[in-house]
Every structure is written in C-alpha cells, then in structure tokens.
Design a protein around this ligand. Structure first.
Ligand code: MN
Length: 715
C-alpha cells in the first residue's frame, strides 16, 4: 500500500497548488470509514481507493481529484454522508464524489452495440466535470487489475465485457491510449478465453521468429541517429493481443499478415527533430508508398500527434516506425490528461476543470469518423439529449424536452399507441411529464387507449408525432366510413330497398370509386349524398324520405390545435372534430351525456335529459354515443350552473360565496334572476371537477339555514 507521506509527496511533485492538509485528512478519513471492510482479494478495502488515487497521481491529477479518488467509495459503501464530505472537504470535492457515485450506480446490461454507444454517451453526459470520468476510469482500471480475485465466473465476465464495451472505448475517446490498452489487455482473456489462448500461443512462435530482427533494427536505428547527431530513444513495440484479435475479427486481417509487421517508436525532443529523423530513416531504407502519415501537422481528432512511416528494413522485412516528440508521446498515451499537464500553467485565469472540459469539447467537436467508434456524435449534442432507462435497464436516448409519450413511442409504436400513463422512478406521472437524465420510465398501457390529438401539443420527437398523426387520420377515416354506412342504411330503409353489397358495388363502379368503403367515406364526409347514391342505383326513383342530413363541413384536423392543455376526457368523439359543451345543460364529468353532430359546430355535448335534444329526436343519425373517460390529469374543469334561492339579508351573497369557496368551487359568473323583498333568486356559474364535486357544493349550500333552495340549472 502507498503510504500517506508517499502519496502527498507524489502530488507535491507536480501540483504546486496542493492542499496537503486536506489530502492528509482525506487519507485518514477514508481509511477510518472503510475500517475493517475487505476486498475480494482479502486486502483491506482502503487499499482500493488508495490505489485509484495512485493511478491518478501517475496521470498527474490535481489534488482535488486525488482526494475524490480516496473518497470515491465512501458514500456508497460506508456510513459517510454527502453532507459530511462537503463539510470536511468542500463543495467541489463533494460534487465530484457525488458524480463518481452516480456513475457507479449505473449498470450496463446489454450486448447490442447501439446500447453500448448510448451508454458511453450517457456516461459522458453525466460527467459534468471530466475529472469525474477520469476517477471512474482509474477506479475501473484498478478493479480490472484485481479482477481475478472475484470468485464468480459470471461476474468476472460481466465486468470484463463492460470494460471492453464501455470503458476502454471511453478511454480511447479522450485519448488515453495507455489506459485503453491496459483495460483491453486485462479484459480480453475473461471475455474471449479461447481466442486469447490461441493468439497467445501463436504469438509465442512469432516472437521467437522476430526477436532477433527487433534487436537488430533497434541497434541499427540507434547507430543511424547517433551518426546524424540526433538524440533519441528507440523502442520496439509489443503487439497488443486484443488489437490483433480485433483486426482479425472486424477487418479480417489474418494473424500471419499482422505478424511480420514490427512496430518501432522513436522519441525525440521536438517536432522539428521528428522531420530530421524521418529523413535519416528514409535515406537508409526504402519507404513503402501510401503508408506515410503526418499526424504532426494534421493531428488526429483526439489530439494524437506523430509521424508514421513504413519501410523495407533489414532483410527486406516490413517495419513500421512512429516518430514523435516526448510531449506528443505523453499526449498519445495519456490523452487529455497530458494536454493539461503540459499547458496547465500557461493560462492562469482559467480554472483547471474548465480547461479540461474545454479541451474535451474541442476533441469531441473535431471528431470525424475514425472507425474505432460505431457512431460519432458531438459532445454538445449530448447536452441536448436525455438518457432514460426502461425498467429492464435498456437505455433510451431522447432529445431534451421529451415526454413520457415520446419515450413510449421510442420503445415501440404499439407501446406509444396504447400508453395511458407512466411511472418515473416509481412514481406515477402524467403523460406530458418531461424526462430528465437517468430517469427510469415505466409505461402503463391499456388496450382501450388510443392516441389523442392532444398529445401533439406536447410530444417533441418526430416518431411520436408521425405515429399520432397517422393514427388520427386512420381513425377519422374509420369514423367517416361508419357514419356514411349508417346514413346509407337509414336512407335505404326509408325507401324500403334492400341494403346490400351488390347494389353498392355497382354504384361504386358507376361513380368510378374503387370500393364500397370509399362510398361510405365520401358519404360520411358529406362529399356524396345518400340521395345521390339511391338515384345512382335506382335511376328515376321517386324518393319520399328526407335526405342528406347536413354534415359538418368543418373538419378541423385538430392537428393545428395548439391549446392541447385542456383535454376533454370523453370517449366516442370523432378525432379532429371540434367539441363543445353545450351551454343549455352544462354537462360536467359524471353526467350521462350524448353528442350531437351539427353543421358548422362539430359535436355538441348535452346531458342525456337536456330538453334541447327534443329537436334531434327524428335524426338519430346525428346522435353520438359518448361517455366520460377517467381523465389522465385530475385537473379537468367543467363549468356548471346552479340556481339558488336565498333570504334577503345584508351579506347574504357573501354567505353563498363562502360556502362555495370552502368547497373549492370557483365562481366564474353570478346573475340575479329575481330580487324580491324577502328573497333573491340567482344563478351561479361554478367551475367544478365533476358531478361529485358539484353535488358536494349543492349539499353544503342546502344545509345553510339562510338558503331556501338550490337546484342545478339546465338552462
Ligand atoms: Mn471503487
């Protein structure tokens, strides 16, 4: 284990702003709260945060990050609280510890590449401070180094697979080649044991063949450079088993084709010298055309700089050579971390963590499409996205502002079409609820549900919008067809003619319509009259009935209806037709209701006993069967009217208003019908939730001794 003074010394070496006192305190605190906890290896648990801190000192991280590393498991695994951390170590450290804890709580459980990519983006989006991500990577690195101590095979494989899918690519994304390669090397044998074994065996043979050549080339290069007066370090680079295997599986490059290539690296002081080295190498050996890459003047998206060339070396063996400065080498191995170390003291006004973030942003923004990644999206885009989970842990990636309905449609169109509600993190929420990062969303479904035009008022994803529109137009068609069919049935009955498909098929032909349903639809829409149909089928017929009930011409699609806020929770409406609560009977939720299709006004909703319905008694085809739905939001408001007869005394009105207010009714209008010397007769328009609500108001008024009578008013 790293001793306390050792750790402090290491940080002091590179961080002049070190807070030694705080670092010491974190060491002691973590050791104390982890107490007698043990790792799977049998080591004291504290050795883990300490090693993680150690890894981060190699990356030369600032002392806040080292402190965070020491404390990173205290919230999850010990009695320490976030408040305590903040009090002892400040808001900054507390925020970072919280960030690492949150990342650790996320479990990735999927084998699909798309999900892995989503999850990586999610981790990036959740790591508001890039240092949080680095602590997490260091944490994973140490866990991988000690993975063999975990006894359960399944768990080992799961952790190793997650490392290959998520953490190694993330490390690469931010340019930390060294960490990436170590993670891959550690995970490979656990995830693909047989592939690992066979490659390892072949590598032994290959090494035996190339070992001699490697030493020869190094010696030769060193001599050449010394002759040219160039100071340089020369390395022969070990092949990475996992990257060989990847090349074999994804790029179909056989092991033999990869085997005779040996990679060398020459490290010099500065960029200028790199070009001189190149001259020396090409002067000695023949360069292979097409393999020279100048990443020094054109760095890779993740900041990588180096010169690559390939030559026919001693014995005409193909060798690859990378030439770079020591700073470039550090960047290549440690990525953003190195960038920062080299530059951190050049700009003094900027806080270190912002510099970090900006560097990362730049890297992300310039990423075009190296094939290491399945898909590239700019970091800026992650901030416009929310990442939510299904109850089974599948990640769903949505644009910011997405609602429960968007989520449902993202999962599956059928799920969207039938959603009636949602639970976010276990709590029931309205469908319009906007989701935030990390929400776990469960969709409640019902076969009775249908997409509502009102949803268009709040969904934001194209998929949801298209599906809802499609459904509505389909639904509307069906309603027209049903309406048209019933109109025709009635007309045929009036004329004592048999209503059958044969006649209608003939008629469709004559009218050059494709099918019977098209006739129904056109009649339903009012584009064709029932009269016209009869006359087409029976030319010269003398009609005695009244036909062509005037159908509503205004077909408001409802799609442009912005005020989707106030949904009328009625079942049986024709989507797209305007709906009005009639002001003769003021139907409210709970009343038995019926709809009347009228010209120009769409559907008027009446109570079943409304006198106004008498007018429509002989046009049954204009009646619509309606019933109330339990509304998705309990905030529906209905206007109702009551008539009150009360004693005439000072403050009489105030009594009534108080009673109504106490019952939480909102009075929107008062009208005096009669002012007799002893009595007032007034009507009150009250906003209520439903019949029950109105009944309770009426009851409360009736028990008041100054109120003579209270009745619901229907006109
Ligand atoms: Mn840990």
């Amino acid at each position: 284990m790293i001793r306390q003074y050792e750790l402090v010394e290491r940080v002091r070496d590179y961080d002049p702003d070190i807070n030694e006192n705080l670092l010491n305190r974190a060491y002691v605190f973590s050791m104390k709260v982890h107490g007698k906890q043990k790792r799977a290896s049998g080591d004291p648990y504290f050795s883990h945060p300490l090693e993680v801190a150690g890894i981060l000192t190699h990356m030369k991280m600032d002392s806040d990050t080292i402190i965070t590393a020491l404390l990173h498991d205290t919230i999850e695994d010990t009695i320490a609280t976030p408040e305590q951390i903040e009090e002892l170590f400040g808001a900054n450290v507390a925020r970072m510890v919280d960030g690492v804890t949150k990342l650790s709580e996320l479990t990735y459980s999927s084998e699909s590449a798309k999900q892995a990519d989503n999850f990586r983006k999610f981790l990036l989006a959740m790591s508001h401070d890039i240092r949080v991500l680095l602590v997490k990577l260091a944490d994973r690195l140490h866990n991988m180094r000690t993975l063999t101590h975990i006894k359960k095979l399944e768990k080992r494989v799961r952790i190793a697979r997650e490392t290959l899918d998520i953490y190694a690519p993330l490390a690469e994304r931010i340019g930390m080649q060294e960490v990436k390669e170590e993670l891959e090397a550690l995970a490979f044998p656990h995830v693909y044991p047989s592939a690992y074994e066979s490659i390892l065996k072949r590598m032994d043979q290959i090494h035996a063949n190339t070992e001699g050549i490697k030493d020869t080339v190094i010696a030769e290069l060193e001599r050449l450079l010394a002759d040219a007066g160039i100071e340089a370090e020369v390395f022969g680079r070990e092949k990475r088993l996992y990257s060989i295997w990847r090349k074999m599986t994804y790029r179909h490059v056989s092991l033999d084709d990869q085997a005779d290539i040996i990679a060398f690296r020459i490290i010099v002081d500065d960029a200028e010298t790199c070009y001189r080295v190149l001259g020396v190498v090409h002067g000695q050996w023949q360069a292979i055309p097409g393999l020279i890459k100048d990443y020094i003047s054109m760095p890779k998206p993740n900041g990588y700089q180096s010169f690559h060339t390939a030559v026919l070396g001693p014995g005409k063996k193909r060798i690859e050579i990378q030439i770079r400065s020591s700073e470039m080498d550090a960047v290549a191995e440690q990525g953003v971390a190195a960038h920062w170390i080299y530059k951190q003291h050049s700009s003094e006004t900027e806080g270190a963590q912002y510099k970090w973030l900006r560097d990362l942003l730049e890297i992300m923004e310039h990423a075009d499409s190296p094939d290491e990644f399945l898909e590239h999206t700019r970091l800026a885009m992650y901030q416009n996205q929310v990442f939510c989970f299904t109850p089974k842990g599948m990640l769903v990636n949505l644009p910011q502002g997405s609602t429960v309905v968007d989520f449902a449609y993202a999962v599956h169109t059928e799920v969207g079409d039938s959603c009636v509600g949602g639970k976010v993190n276990g709590h029931p929420v309205p469908l319009r609820t906007r989701l935030v990062n990390g929400d776990q969303v469960e969709i409640l479904r019902s076969t009775a549900q249908q997409p509502s035009p009102n949803w268009l008022g709040f969904v934001i994803t194209g998929k949801a919008k298209a599906a809802i529109r499609r459904f509505i137009s389909h639904k509307k068609k069906q309603e027209y067809q049903a309406l048209g069919k019933s109109l025709l049935e009635r007309a045929f009955k009036l004329e004592d003619r048999e209503f059958n498909d044969k006649a209608l098929t003939l008629c469709a032909k004559k009218l050059q319509l494709g099918t019977i349903t098209e006739i129904y639809e056109q009649v339903g829409k009012g584009e064709l009259s029932d009269r016209k149909i009869l006359e087409t089928i029976y030319p010269g017929i003398k009609l005695n009935g009244h036909y062509s009930f005037p159908l509503p011409k205004m077909i408001d699609t409802g799609l442009n209806h912005k005020g989707g806020d106030h949904q009328i929770p009625i079942r049986g409406l024709t989507p797209g037709l305007a709906v009005h609560m009639s002001d003769c009977c003021h139907p409210i939720m709970g009343d038995r209701i019926v709809g009347i299709v009228t010209t120009g006004k769409g559907i008027m909703v009446h109570t079943i006993d409304c006198e106004a319905l008498d007018v429509y008694s002989d046009t049954p085809e204009s009646w619509l069967d309606l019933s109330w739905l339990v509304p998705e939001d309990k905030n529906s408001i209905f206007l109702s009217r009551i008539e009150v007869l009360l004693e005439h005394f000072p403050g009489a009105l105030a009594v009534v208003l108080n009673v109504v207010a106490r019952e939480k009714g909102n009075i929107s209008n008062i009208k005096f019908i009669e002012r007799a010397p002893e009595l007032f007769r007034i009507t009150l328009d009250i906003e209520v939730r439903d019949v029950k609500h109105l009944t309770s108001i009426i009851a409360a008024l009736r028990v008041n001794e100054r109120v003579s009578s209270v009745e619901r008013a229907f006109r």
